[in-house]
Design a protein around this ligand. Structure first.
Ligand SMILES: Nc1ncnc2c1ncn2[C@@H]1O[C@H](COP(=O)(O)OP(=O)(O)O)[C@@H](O)[C@H]1O
Ligand SMILES: [Mg+2]
Length: 379
């Protein structure tokens, strides 16, 4: 070893200490939760530890175009990422970088990790995650398969069933089949499940296209409504007078479960209006529950997260029947992330403040990227 290299190494480690982690915060997106995503992104931008991280703002418009912030957080100033609101940008080929074309010049923006703070279809369903995999980027949250399975209620139900997790009874009907034989399908539904029922599009979220159905007459309308949003519809037994409970999961290989929160929708169910428009719904953290119910729900939340092969974060939602039985309803792999959203609130109540939660998620993203590298091709 040459002694003269020592001062050099020291100098280098000093610069390493100072080098900030460059986080590409992706927000907006093509789903109905575009505006929620913008609000979540503002919160992350305002709370992230700027002594450790440098944020690059990447907005995705409703039409799917990507924009880089052209000034100081101007992309976050509007409720929506509009087309033309920043510098058009695209992901580099095979490398974790963003590329903008400025006449004949090519500008490259590099980043160390992506926080895809996008909800719903084309954000939380594996599509963006797949793009990020292709450029070998580290990113916060679930991978391609877990995101896709988490978004598809039919696939997640199959995986949860395989893991032995308690769920309501359900059927899945394809739109083509429904349109070909409405009477036959109606009698099949009615001979298999008992009213009241819930009818949902399989791949959506935000309660869009979901109806509660009390009788044969309204079943048809509900099926048509859901069929307007998806090629698959799910029909399931209603858990009547259910309490809606949510548990947050954080981690990769050995995830932890938070305390449990409760939502009081203030309507017949937690529909789109109660979620986003009026403020009748109430979030109670922590929920008042018997010890064994808490344990049951936390164990199921971790099992559900593991079953879909989740990573980073997930919010697992339950319906608790009046007799005390908890049914697993769904997992959200990129839950709402404003400081008043359930996911951060559950961690705050479990001892992790919002900025520390962001830190931990970035750390988990980098760890997972490291761990999965050796299984990838040509790396
Ligand atoms: N089987 C059910 N029993 C009782 N309520 C339900 C049932 N399924 C859905 N709901 C109600 O509908 C809401 C939305 O359903 P959910 O499956 O969570 O769809 P989304 O993915 O759109 O959030 C739930 O939060 C709950 O209020
Ligand atoms: Mg839900």
């Amino acid at each position: 070893m040459m002694q003269s290299s020592e001062p050099d190494n020291l100098a280098r480690s000093e610069t390493n200490k100072m080098k900030k982690i460059r986080v590409l915060l992706l927000f907006g997106g093509q789903s109905a939760e575009h505006e929620i995503s913008v609000i979540s992104a503002r919160s992350v931008y305002a709370s992230i530890d700027t002594s450790r991280y440098e944020i690059i703002l990447g907005g995705i418009s409703r039409s799917g175009q990507w924009f880089l912030d052209s000034g100081e957080r101007s992309l976050l100033e509007q409720d929506e990422v509009a087309d033309g609101s920043g510098v058009p940008v695209q992901l580099g080929a095979g490398q974790p970088e963003l590329v903008t074309l400025d006449g004949p010049r090519v500008n490259v923006t590099t980043f160390d990790v992506v926080f895809p703070l996008l909800h719903g279809p084309h954000g939380e369903d594996g599509c963006v995650q797949g793009l990020l995999e292709l450029v070998d980027a580290a990113y916060v949250g679930a991978g391609v398969a877990a995101s896709a399975v988490g978004m598809d209620k039919e696939l997640s139900r199959a995986v949860f069933g395989h893991a032995g997790l308690r769920q309501t009874e359900y059927l899945v009907v394809r739109r083509n089949a429904w349109n070909a034989d409405r009477a036959g399908i109606r009698s099949h539904i009615e001979s298999t499940l008992r009213y009241p029922l819930f009818v949902k599009p399989v791949n959506l979220g935000s309660s869009i296209g979901i109806s509660k159905v009390h009788d044969s007459e309204s079943l048809e309308t509900a099926m048509d409504l859901a069929a307007g949003y998806d090629i698959k519809m799910m029909i399931e037994t209603s858990v009547e007078r259910a309490r809606e409970l949510e548990c947050a999961v954080l981690g990769n290989e050995n995830p932890n479960a938070s305390v449990i929160g409760e939502i009081i929708p203030g309507a017949e169910f937690y529909d789109y209006t109660t979620k986003y428009i009026d403020d009748r719904s109430q979030l109670i953290v922590p929920a008042d529950l018997p010890e064994d119910t808490k344990t049951d729900i936390q164990e199921m939340a971790i099992a559900a997260f593991r079953a879909i092969d989740g990573a980073g974060l997930g919010r697992v939602d339950f319906l608790l029947s009046p007799s005390g039985e908890a049914f697993l309803n769904e997992i959200n792999t990129m839950p709402g992330f404003t400081p008043i959203s359930m996911y951060p609130r559950l961690w705050q109540a479990s001892g992790i403040e919002y900025p520390a939660l962001i830190d931990r998620l970035i750390e988990l993203a980098l760890e997972r990227h490291q761990e999965t590298r050796h299984v990838s091709l040509n790396r």
